[in-house]
Design a binder for this molecule. Sequence first.
Ligand SMILES: Nc1ncnc2c1ncn2[C@@H]1O[C@H](COP(=O)(O)OP(=O)(O)OP(=O)(O)O)[C@@H](O)[C@H]1O
Ligand SMILES: [Mg+2]
Length: 592
Amino acid sequence: MAILLRLFKYAKPYRYRLISAYCCLLIVTGLTYLIPWILGLAIDSALENREHMQFIVLAFLILSSSLIRGLFTYGQHYLSESTSQLISQDLRNSLFQKYQGLSFSFHDQQHTGDLMSRATADIEAIRWVVSDGILRGVSLITMILGITVILFAISWELASVSLSFIPFILWRGTTIAKQLRICWLKAQEALGGMTTVLQESITGIQATKSFNAETYEHAKFESTTAAVYQHSLKASLVHSSNGAFFTFIFSSITGIVLFLGIRLINIDQTISPGQLAQFIFYLGLLAPSVRMAGWIISSLSRGIAAGDRFFKVIDADSYDFDTPKVSNNQHLRGEIELGKVHFSYSDNIAILKNLNLKIPAGTTVVITGEPGSGKSTLLQLLLKFYNPQSGMITIDETEIASTDPIALRYDVGIVFQDPFLFSTTILDNIRYGKEDATMAEVVSVSEISQLHQFVMTLPQQYETLVGERGITLSGGQKQRLAIARCLLSDPKIILLDDATSNIDVLTESKLLTNLFARLTGKTTIIATHRFSSTKFADLIIILQNGTIQSVGTHSELMVSDNYYKQLYAYQNTDSHKSSEQLTEQSHDEGLL
Ligand SMILES: Nc1ncnc2c1ncn2[C@@H]1O[C@H](COP(=O)(O)OP(=O)(O)OP(=O)(O)O)[C@@H](O)[C@H]1O
Ligand SMILES: [Mg+2]
């Protein structure tokens, strides 16, 4: 019930449409009552008076009321359908907005397919609540109550007998509703599971094909479609058995009414044949209404199950991103401090342990360390993608825990190792963080990131489409585009998370030289396994299993840290030369 009440709130903006739909519905219901009444009168007049004129008037009345009823039925359908579509549009928009504002911790635990099915199948089920539940439900209740009154007015004996089954029918209806709700919930969950597998197998098609895993993926998908079939079938079975039950009950009641009615006409003479016909016509109207009530109970159950899943997302913690597109802090210096920072994603497995670190404003820091030591995690904490369980992170002495994430992300920019590109043009992808950037600005950042030359070789240059997730670009091209995109949005603090790992050392060397010339005065943190950026670093940090193993300049660490020394030596053997050496060597060999 609480879910229904919450859903009704979404209908509030469309109350005038709903009221108009109700008005149409009242007229339709009134005319529905009228037609069997006239039919009864026509039968009696045909049997008794045989007056032609009266007969013609009654026939004309039936015809005109059927016509008017048809027109208002159309109006009611149009209004209820458009209202339910408008409400589902609002629900989808608020769900999408919520998805954007939800934390990474929430998204980490969700399957994409499931979130997609909430925005599609679940919202459709909720839409049925509006059109079937709110509108048709009320119409049916009015209809059932009205017909009950009329049946009693015609013959209380026949009405008492035929309506004595109603409590039993209602009891049965509510039991079925409970069963259906569980069935629909399972069916919707199965649908979410199926969408997840479908979505994963389409995006992961490369992996599937390279491991010849088509049969395995097929079997996996088949098991999800089987689950959808099973749960949907169960729901349909419960629903159909309900329909069959109602048909049986009403056919039996009609038989009993006919038998008793003929007695009342012939022996007691309390009703006329026309009245018996009226009674059976009205009973005939009551039967589909009660059957329809069964259908409404089922769509309500389905809608409530869907509403439950919808509100689980709506009620999850999120932040409001509807803030102005400006940085809060125009005079940010970029001093970063971490004090006793402790972080775990889940299950209390500590990823960062009691981390203390001070990064002076405007400096360049390189963080290196073994895979899984927590480098990317540390960068993501600076953007408030996750919040530490204890300790504090400050930027210019302001704790980021109290900073608005939107404002923070104008000040702090990040480039990931595997950047996400949208299926649009290169230009739109670069402009993603600054829609109004001029072409000169775009070219300038592309030159810095060594992308411009490549773009100019393309037939459509900056207007070239990059395909879904940037599939038509190489890993290194994507990384260079992502660096250009970040530079264009011009954050005060820049985080590079293995952002040049797919770029060849020669290009990387040129890129880094340009980049650091541009980033002078900005605080820059680079998480990397490569040593190419260490020559630009004021400070190098070595992370080891979530703790800081060493901090120092390159020359200090070469003396004090064995791990660093070994890594450096390894990357500077002939097969792993530093970019500087390779560049110098290439010059010598006349390659550049
Ligand atoms: N979203 C997540 N949920 C749960 N655990 C995670 C998540 N992301 C990373 N981890 C875990 O946190 C630890 C640190 O990961 P992180 O990505 O920070 O390492 P890293 O130092 O950047 O490694 P690499 O050098 O491979 O990039 C790893 O053990 C990883 O399994
Ligand atoms: Mg990483």
